[in-house]
Design a protein around this ligand. Sequence first.
Ligand SMILES: C[S@@+](CC[C@H](N)C(=O)[O-])C[C@H]1O[C@@H](n2cnc3c(N)ncnc32)[C@H](O)[C@@H]1O
Length: 373
Amino acid sequence: MKTYEFCAPCLIGVESIAAGEFRRLGFENVRCEDGHVYFTGGDDTLARANIHSRYCERILIRLGSFPADDFDKLFDGVRRIAWEEYLAPGTAFPVKGYSLRSKLTSIPACQRIIKKAVAERLMAKRRVTWLDESGPAVQIQFSIIRDRADIFIDTTGAPLYKRGWRTEGGVAPIRETLAASMVDLSRFRGDMHFLDPMCGSGTIAIEAALKARRRAPGINRRFDAQGFPFVDRAVWNRAREEAKAGEMPSPAVIEARDIDPACIRRAEANARRAGVADMIRFSVADVTKSDLSSWRGVMVTNPPYGERLGDQETAHALYRGLGRALGTLDGKSVYVITPDPEFEKFFGHRANRKRWLYNGMIKCSLYMYFPGK
Ligand SMILES: C[S@@+](CC[C@H](N)C(=O)[O-])C[C@H]1O[C@@H](n2cnc3c(N)ncnc32)[C@H](O)[C@@H]1O
C-alpha cells in the first residue's frame, strides 16, 4: 500500500497538542513546525486522521516540496509530480494557495502555472490534447514560503472544525478546534466537574463532553477523500467502527451557563446535534452574581473581549465579577482566553502560566490557574 506524507495545519500554539494526538493514534514520523503537524501513513491513516483529529484544520497529502523563486522552477517542480496516480480521467482539479515572504507573490499567476503544469503532465501521460474536468474535484493546494513551494492534495474538504453539529453560532463563537485545545490544556478528564459560565453557543462544553465520551469529532461527517478513486473505500467504515468501539460512557458533570437565554437555547440545540445533550446541564445565569466559592472543578471559558472602545469597561467589570464570584482559587482549575493584557489585574489573581493562542486573527493569552494555588 502507498505511504503518504501528511501535513495537518493547525492553529498556532496547538502544534504539540495535535502532534500528541497523532502519536497516541500510532501514526509514524510525527513532527511539528509552526502551525503544521507532519506524519506518514497509508489510506488507513488518512481516514483515521480525518475522523479523529480534534485540533487540526485539515489533512493534506504533501506531493512535492522544492525551491521555487521563479515560475519556471514552480512549473518544473509541479510537473515532476505523478499526478496521473491521483487524478483519474474526468477529475476536476482546482488550485488554491498562498505565498509568504517569497519572490512569487501573485497568487492568480501561481495558480495558473500550477494548473498548466498539472494539465501538461496529464495530457502527456494520457496522450490527449484536452482534459475533461466534469467529474468530482480533487483540490490542489500550494504554499510558497521563503521561496520554497509545497504542493498538496486536500483530503478533508470543509475544514475539520466544522464537526457538523454547530449550525447555530451566535455572537463570536470560538472555533471547535480551539475549544478542544483549551479543554486539552485544562487536563480535564471525564471524572471531573466542568463549567463554562459564559458558554455562548456551547462550543467549549460540547467539546469537553465529546472528549469525555471519547467520541471522534469527525465520526458523522463526510470528507472529500471518500470520493477519491486512489483511496481504498473500505478504510472509512473500518475507521468509523474503530472510533465507535472506542466510545465510553462518562460520569463527567458538565455545566454550561450564559446570561443570555437565547444563547442557552442555541447551545442546547447544538449539544443535541452533537449527541451529548444528556451530558451537559444548561442554565441561564449571570456569572458576576453567582457564588462559586465552594465550587470545585475545571472552568474553561471565553468571555467577551470588549474589543471596541467603551465595551472595554464592561469586559473589565466582568473579569472583576468573575474573580469575585470564584473567591479563592483553591481546588479550582481555571482557564480563561482573552487578548486583554490586563486580565489578571481585574480578575484579581496572577496566572500560574500563560500561553499564546490565536482566536481567529486575534492573538490571545490563555490564562491558566492550577488547583491548589
Ligand atoms: C465570546 S462569547 C462566548 C462564545 C462561546 N465560546 C462560543 O463558542 O459560542 C461570550 C459570552 O459571554 C456571555 N456573557 C456576557 N456577560 C455574561 C455574564 N455576566 N454572565 C454570564 N455570561 C455572560 C455572552 O452572552 C456571550 O454568550
